[in-house]
Design a protein around this ligand. Structure first.
Ligand code: PLP
Length: 403
């Protein structure tokens, strides 16, 4: 009997979340490139959805991981032992934030951070209502899923958490819905899965002011926008608002799984009182992963990677001109390319892949594709990737314009 291919084994024995997975058979990844098992090289313009901001296997990250491997792995559930990688990251992070954001509670993923934020907001305010923005994605656990307005996805999992209300992002009138019962508003500084929608007319400042007025906490989900993606270390710094709580994840670990809930220590430490052990985790803040996170943050801060973001954003925007490109929306290197017609989308994405360029879809926008390249692209590499992408766009246009 013939042995099953890796693809067949993947489809049969690895849990699937889509009936049409990309199924790229990865053999290695380095810098801005991913290589498949046939030796084909792909320009990564997606970063595993805003994770690999330092590119793949950045030497500072791999070396920090190796050093920590030789010292210790897991020693005790979160928060009991003093571990230097946790302290080093926390200290460097707080040194680069407003002084009110001086403490981080470590978790393993973005969804978990959102869960913790929802719980902490209830605990801190004694209120039960959480407000989120329509067309936001904050994660797939039940609390985070409750914040998803699109019933096409969440409808199958009802009932979810009660007490969630939705407002329209960038809609000032809707801010009136934030009231005296609201524990927290959870929002992305730049909406990601809606297809990259930046704040307009000082929306975030107005949201901040309304939360202050109503004594509701402002929780900013910087899980996609964080760690330089929008051209500053964090998007709230770019748009000049300070949240009560900030959720971080994705690029934080330089390719390793980690998340963090960041806030004032008095707020975060409510998890230690009434009840104590109010939110616990076994692996959150794992020393190897924290060592990777520290190396990632240190590398971002000690280099010109973040300051180079806006130049690369401009290169991409000026180069991506084509009759079927309607607009390119962006905040730094968090970008959406909107096409004139929905029918082109999958052909562009598929043909780009054939041409050795990885781009991706959005959850809630079926006319746009995502560009979230590693921030470390050299300009010549970026030009080559964009030339190949434009070729795919042109192909889709010519082949499918009449269909
Ligand atoms: C803005 C935002 N928040 C939260 C999450 C959930 O993070 P995770 O997949 O690590 O649970 C995501 C994931 O895509 C995200 O984009």
């Amino acid at each position: 009997m013939q042995a099953l291919s890796k693809r067949d084994l993947f489809l049969s024995h690895v849990g699937q979340t889509s009936t049409f997975p990309l199924a790229l058979e990865v053999s290695k990844a380095e810098g801005v490139f991913i290589y498949d098992t046939q030796g084909k090289k792909y320009f990564d313009l997606n970063s595993g959805i805003s994770v690999s901001s330092l590119g793949h296997r950045h030497p500072a990250v791999t070396s920090a991981i190796k050093d920590q491997l030789d010292k210790y792995l897991h020693t005790m559930v979160y928060g009991e032992h003093i571990q230097s990688p946790q302290i080093k990251f926390a200290q460097l992070l707080k040194d680069n934030l407003d002084e009110s954001l001086d403490c981080v509670y470590y978790l393993n993923s973005g969804s978990e951070v959102i869960e913790a934020a929802m719980k902490l907001a209830k605990r801190a305010t004694g209120r039960r209502e959480i407000i989120a923005c329509r067309h936001a994605y904050h994660g797939s656990t039940q609390g985070a899923e409750s914040l998803r307005s699109d019933l096409e996805y969440s409808g199958a999992f009802l009932p979810l958490i009660p007490g969630v209300k939705f407002i329209e992002y960038n809609n000032e009138e809707d801010l009136k819905k934030i009231g005296s019962r609201t524990a927290a508003v959870i929002a992305e500084p730049v909406q990601a899965e809606a297809g990259v929608i930046p704040p307009q007319n000082d929306y975030l400042k107005k949201l901040r002011a309304r939360c202050h007025e109503m004594n509701a906490l402002l929780v900013l989900d910087e899980i996609q926008t964080g760690f330089g993606r929008t051209g500053q270390l964090f998007a709230h710094q770019k748009y000049e608002v300070i949240p009560d709580l900030m959720c971080i994840g994705k690029a934080m670990g330089g390719g390793m799984p980690i998340g963090g809930l960041v806030g004032h220590h008095e707020l975060i430490n409510l998890f230690a009182k009434k009840p104590d052990l109010g939110h616990i985790t076994t692996f959150g803040g794992h020393p190897v992963v924290c060592a990777a996170a520290y190396a990632t943050l240190q590398t971002l801060l000690a280099s010109d990677i973040i300051s180079g973001v806006s130049t690369k954003e401009k290169i991409i925007k000026s180069k991506l001109q084509h009759p079927i490109i309607k607009e390119v929306r962006s905040s730094g290197l968090m970008m959406a390319v909107e096409l004139t017609k929905r029918k082109y989308l999958k052909h562009v994405v598929n043909k780009a892949m054939d041409n050795g360029v990885i781009v991706d879809y959005f959850l809630f926008n079926n006319r746009s594709f995502r560009l979230a390249p590693p921030l470390i692209y050299q300009e010549d590499e970026l030009h080559e990737a964009l030339d190949r992408l434009l070729e795919a766009i042109d192909y889709a246009h010519k082949k499918y314009e009449k269909k």
